[in-house]
Every structure is written in structure tokens, then in C-alpha cells.
Write a protein of this length. Structure first.
Length: 397
């Protein structure tokens, strides 16, 4: 088993832990003796996916050639050792982050940016499991057919998969476009061809159905190890004259669609979210408390740093987590941060021929925004690589 296979097997379905770090460090030591350095394939950004940066190089590299002194051509001399800069500790090679040219590429258009002081409480929405409902198949087919009609597509055959988890329904349209529902809240559209044309039609549908609202476009972008960009585009309805809490609701739920890799996604439909009862409105923890949780190493997400206490905080916002597997759609703090030593890791891992100087690493950490006193009532979880993406202080070196 090579180093890449070992890393992938270790990473799949789990988050960094002391055992994970120990096995990865062992693989690093094993790889140091090899003549050629191992390079990972470029990785793409994916729905709960992040860029993982792992290194297997040592700190010192010696040239295998001898040089000749022009003043003494008969004497061969060993050159001074060439030093490859390494981060301050081996653990940082196990960290994961996104590669950008500017942090603004992952800041987006969240309306809470710079306005967190205006929010003291927010509602939490239940994500009902309709797997046991006798009407699940009919409800999901009716919804999928309505989506097809709104896009000018003709519904064809469909398949339905029940189970104890959220049921799946796949609708095949006559042009081979697929509309896939996971429960009532998660939708995926796989265009048969020309995703840009279908995306344009969808955006127009949102504009005409959201009277009195404007339609905003949010673009997030990061880079692979070969220097190619990976772009994620989202559209959502906006209304500047409503309260900040309602702006956050619109940003997170209301007719929000995402185009990524030629496929279209909608995490949550506002039509399926009923107004929550009063007891589902909870006080928020402070921004300072959320940052303290991150600094201690207690946070969620696909990105990971072994030194959260020294991270530079770039932006803090609140958003609703609508990733799959949520029992509740609840607000979370989204913390965008960077580490100065990530430049060294990037310089080592960008592919040959790619100038690393324009790039920097940024990580995203998530901390539940509900006051910790009430978190047992609305438990939070987030997945990455089919495992819980929860980092705890015990994971730190």
C-alpha cells in the first residue's frame, strides 16, 4: 500500500485524531527515504469536500552532484546543503485548508458580515424525516414533477427508495436530465447537456417568482494543486429593507440554488419550512465565545489546523447549516482564518511549473451559534468524507 492509499484509507470516514496523526506521521517518515517526492493528484471542491494538504518531505535536501572549483579544476567539492523551509512542527503537514489568491474569494455575500452585533436570537427549523410517511413517495414525486415543469422539462419514469433514513426519488426527464430528491429538502439536478442554459433558465424562474425581491449571485472560488480554479456559483433572493434575521433567512433558504461542476443543487426549500413555534427561537452565544471555542480546538468542518490558537481570523459570519444529515437547520458561526506557515506547505505541494507565490491557504471552521446551554435540545452535527467532522481539543498535538 503506497502513501496515498494509506492517507486516503485513514482519512475516509473520520476526523483528525491522535491515532490518525500517528499513522500519518509514520507514513511521512517512511516516505522520507525515497528518491522522488510523492505528489497528490489535484483535488476538487465538493457539498460538505475540502482541499487536504499533506507532505512527506524531509527538512534537508542535498544535491547529488559535485561542483568543480574553477581555481582548482582537479578538486571536486560537495556544495553547501540546500535547505527546504519547513513549518515549525510536523503536525502542520496533516492540516487541511483551501487554496486561494485572496481571502475574499471565500467570503461570499453573507448579510451578517460586519453586523453580528445586531443578532441576539434566531429560530431553529426542524428537518423532518418523512421516511415512515405513507405519503412520502407521492409528495416527493409531485415536488420533482413541479421542478421539472418550472424548467420546461417533461417528467418521465422515476424510481423511489424508502428506508429508515431520508428516502430518495430519482426522476428521469425525457431529455435525460435527472432530478434527484433526498427527502423533501435536498434537491439535485443533473442536466443532460448545456448546464449553463438550464442554469440561466432557473435564474430567470427565480427572478419572475420573487416579486419585490432582487436576485443576488454569490461566487466562491478556490484552486487545485495544478493551479486550476474551481468555482461555485449560487443565486438567492434578497430584500435590503427587511430585518437582518430575515435577510439571513433569505440568504440561506429562499430560492437558493448552487451550480457546481455542471450540476445544480438546492439544499433546502423555504416552502417546506414552517414558521417555528416560539420555543424554537434560541438565544445566541457571543462571537467572542465562538472564537474562544475555535481557539481551544473545539469546532466543526472539513478544514483542520493543529494550531488554532495562533490562527489569524479573517472573517466571522453566521449562516444556517443546511448540509445533509442535519436533524435541525440551525445557525452556526462561520470562521474564516489563515496560518502564516501554510505558504510553506503550498510552495511544496503546488505542481511542478506552477508558481506558488500568488496563493495562500484559508480554512473555514464552524461553531454552533445557539447558546451552549440549549445545545442539547437542538444537537448539531456536520459530516465530511462520510464521518462526523468534529474537531476537539483532544485532537491537538
Amino acid at each position: 500500500m503506497n502513501s496515498e492509499q494509506r492517507y486516503r484509507n485513514t482519512l475516509r470516514g473520520m476526523t483528525p485524531s491522535p491515532a490518525w496523526q500517528e499513522s500519518t506521521l509514520a507514513a511521512m517518515k517512511e516516505a522520507r527515504g525515497r528518491k522522488e517526492r510523492f505528489r497528490r493528484r489535484p483535488m476538487l471542491f465538493a457539498a460538505a469536500a475540502a482541499v487536504l494538504v499533506l507532505a512527506v518531505t524531509g527538512g534537508l535536501w542535498w544535491s547529488g552532484r559535485m561542483t568543480t572549483d574553477p581555481n582548482d579544476p582537479g578538486v571536486a567539492r560537495t556544495p553547501e546543503p540546500v535547505v527546504t523551509p519547513t513549518p515549525q512542527s510536523p503536525e502542520v503537514w496533516n492540516e487541511s485548508f483551501a487554496i486561494v489568491t485572496d481571502p475574499s474569494q471565500l467570503m461570499g455575500k453573507n448579510p451578517t458580515a460586519g453586523r453580528l452585533g445586531e443578532l441576539y436570537e434566531l429560530p431553529v427549523y426542524e428537518n423532518p424525516n418523512i421516511a415512515t410517511s405513507d405519503e412520502a413517495e407521492e409528495l416527493m414525486y409531485t415536488l420533482a414533477e413541479a421542478i421539472a415543469q418550472s424548467l420546461g422539462l417533461t417528467a418521465g419514469s422515476y424510481t423511489f427508495e424508502a428506508g429508515t433514513d431520508m428516502p430518495w426519488l430519482t426522476l428521469d426527464c425525457t431529455d435525460s436530465t435527472q432530478i434527484i430528491l433526498h427527502g423533501l429538502n435536498y434537491r439535485r439536478i443533473y442536466p443532460a447537456s448545456d448546464p449553463e442554459a438550464l442554469w440561466a433558465k432557473l435564474c430567470e424562474t427565480i427572478r419572475t417568482s420573487s416579486e419585490g425581491f432582487t436576485v443576488e449571485e454569490e461566487i466562491l472560488e478556490q484552486y487545485n494543486f495544478d493551479g486550476t480554479a474551481h468555482t461555485v456559483r449560487s443565486v438567492f433572493a434578497s430584500h435590503p429593507d427587511v430585518a437582518l434575521g430575515m435577510q439571513l433567512y433569505l440568504y440561506s433558504f429562499f430560492n437558493r440554488y448552487t451550480l457546481e461542476g455542471g450540476n445544480i443543487y438546492q439544499a433546502v426549500s423555504s416552502a417546506s419550512l414552517l414558521a417555528p413555534p416560539g420555543e424554537l427561537i434560541y438565544p445566541l452565544r457571543s462571537e467572542e465565545d465562538a472564537l474562544a471555542s475555535f481557539r481551544s480546538g473545539d469546532y466543526w468542518g472539513g478544514h483542520y489546523t493543529s494550531h488554532p490558537e495562533q490562527a489569524e481570523i479573517l472573517q466571522v459570519t453566521i449562516e444556517y447549516d443546511t448540509t445533509e444529515g442535519q436533524p435541525y437547520f440551525q445557525p452556526v458561526y462561520r470562521i474564516l482564518y489563515t496560518q502564516d506557515y501554510w505558504d510553506e506547505v503550498i510552495a511544496d505541494w503546488m505542481f511542478d511549473g506552477v508558481d506558488p507565490s500568488p496563493y495562500m491557504g484559508v480554512g473555514i471552521a464552524y461553531v454552533p451559534a445557539i447558546d451552549p446551554e440549549y445545545q442539547d435540545e437542538v444537537p448539531y452535527r456536520r459530516y465530511f468524507n462520510d464521518g462526523l467532522a468534529h474537531h476537539t481539543p483532544e485532537d491537538l498535538p
